[in-house]
Ligand binder design. Structure first.
Ligand code: ASP
Length: 466
């Protein structure tokens, strides 16, 4: 017999159905036993009566979170028992037979309510139980819908979704790399991508023209507030475009996504205001200004673009480094200064961020596709010629074979969903997040590995401080 999802049962009054799920609650009313059965789609009231002795006796054992299969008839509830709060509130299941599929111990945490005040270590250790919570389950399903929306939107715009390698060489995004030792090439290491930046530009050199990827990026950051070592971004790149083309596409995509998936939200200003970096710093003392007119309105969305970022900034040890992305182009009027290494602090990048309610959602830029200019950028940052060629020779070479002008952006999925779901931090919209210091309490990662494994990898561990 086919399984019915709970949400569909209300349409089948008088019919016999088979449903499966978890015992959400259990209560006795005189001789009658009620359970609320929960599946992915909703809650259904189930009634056991003494006249069906076999099922009734078995049901006496049921406890919350046991997994059961029940066959019975969907009947209309008596008028005074109707519950308008749930989709199946008009009906209940009159049991014919009950099968216990799996029993459950008492849970180590409650899954009722929003769970914000439960110790986070406990929530993470038993994440698979924490995720049974309505709020978190819903966050993951909405996240899926947001990603699917972006995929479908970009597909219609002629983009191709292309995967790029996880085992690769470092791409600088201003963080430390996670490195992976190579077994077959002793003493050599891969880096996990901080972003697919170089590959997506090389796809432009390859003539793919419109690329996107729901890309996992790895950045070994010091524990800083609401960061994770890995995050997911909607990475995209296009050829033969100028800044306006990308801003227009992304703006249209966000507006449509919100109209479709969050019709109750209001976007404060369309088109999104564009604020040069300098003006943002002077006016708001921030390059992520929160422009909401009413910060208590949880349905208000204030987007803005910050444009014209400085290209270089000084590091603590007095060297020049890139502010956002070393591969970004400079605005045309600053190219002579760049080539002559003059007025470096004044050079403006063709680089943009999109900000929502005071949070940076994405960074992007038009790239430089002229090898001479790119080489000069690395030279200013203090790289020697051999070093530049060793690290980025593939990019410089690719740009010698007819690379179109191109640019892109990479909105962070975790951040977007966090804001849209009004969650206080990104861990609430990630299925299996880590703690701020990068630990996974459920899997107990990171962990030690066998001596044999280390030997194969040509690695020996020195003394570690306890
Ligand atoms: N690679 C950049 C980042 O990950 C995004 C971009 O410039 O497209 O932040």
């Amino acid at each position: 017999m086919q399984r019915f999802l709970i949400k569909d049962t209300a349409k089948h009054i008088g019919e016999k159905v088979r449903v499966c799920g978890w015992v959400n609650t259990r209560r006795a009313h005189g001789k009658i036993l009620f359970i609320d059965l929960r599946d992915i789609s909703g809650i259904l009231q189930v009634v056991f009566v003494p006249s069906n002795k076999e099922a009734y006796d078995l049901a006496q054992n049921l406890r919350t979170e046991w997994v059961v299969e029940i066959v019975g008839q969907i009947v209309k509830r008596p008028e005074n028992m109707i519950n308008p709060k749930i989709e199946t509130g008009q009906v209940e299941l009159s049991v014919e037979s009950l099968k216990i599929l799996s029993e459950s111990e008492t849970l180590p945490l409650t899954i009722e309510g929003d769970g914000y005040d439960i110790n986070e270590e406990v929530r993470m250790k038993y994440r698979y139980l924490d995720l049974r919570r309505e709020r978190l389950k819903n966050n993951l399903i909405v996240r899926h819908k947001v990603i699917k929306f972006f995929r479908d939107f970009l597909d219609k715009e002629g983009f191709a979704e292309i995967e790029t390698p996880m085992l690769t060489k470092s791409t600088p995004e201003g963080s430390r790399d996670f490195i992976v030792p190579s077994r077959l090439q002793p003493g050599k290491f891969y880096a996990l991508p901080q972003s697919p930046q170089q590959y997506k530009q090389l796809l432009m050199a390859a003539g793919l023209e419109k690329y996107f990827q729901i890309a996992r990026c790895f950045r070994d950051e010091d524990s800083r507030g609401d960061r994770q070592f890995e995050h997911t971004q909607l990475d995209l790149e296009m050829s033969f475009v100028e800044r306006e083309d990308i801003l227009e596409l992304v703006e249209r995509m966000f507006i449509k996504m919100i109209e479709t998936l969050y019709p109750n939200k209001k976007i404060q200003e369309i088109p999104f205001p564009r604020i040069p970096y300098k003006e943002a710093m002077e006016k708001y003392n921030s390059d992520k200004p929160d422009l909401r007119k009413d910060k208590n309105d949880k349905d208000l969305l204030a987007f803005c673009w910050i444009i014209d970022f400085p290209f270089f900034e000084k590091t603590e040890d007095g060297k020049w480094t890139f502010v956002h992305n070393p591969f970004s182009a400079q605005k045309q009027e600053f190219i002579p200064d760049l080539l002559n290494k003059k007025n470096i602090e004044k050079i403006v990048a063709n680089q943009y961020d999109i900000v929502l309610n005071g949070m940076e959602l994405a960074s992007g830029g038009i790239r430089s596709h002229d090898p001479k200019i790119l080489e000069k950028v690395f030279e200013i940052m203090g790289y020697k010629k051999e070093e530049i060629w060793e690290k980025f020779g593939h990019m410089l070479t690719a740009f010698q074979f007819g690379t179109p002008p191109h640019g892109g952006i990479a909105p962070g999925i975790d951040r977007i969903v966090t804001i849209l779901q009004n969650e206080p931090n990104i861990r609430e919209v990630i299925a299996f997040p880590k703690t701020g210091d990068g630990r996974d309490f459920m899997m107990q990662a990171p962990s030690e590995v066998d001596k044999k494994q280390l030997k194969e990898l040509h690695i020996s561990i020195g003394k570690t401080k306890k």
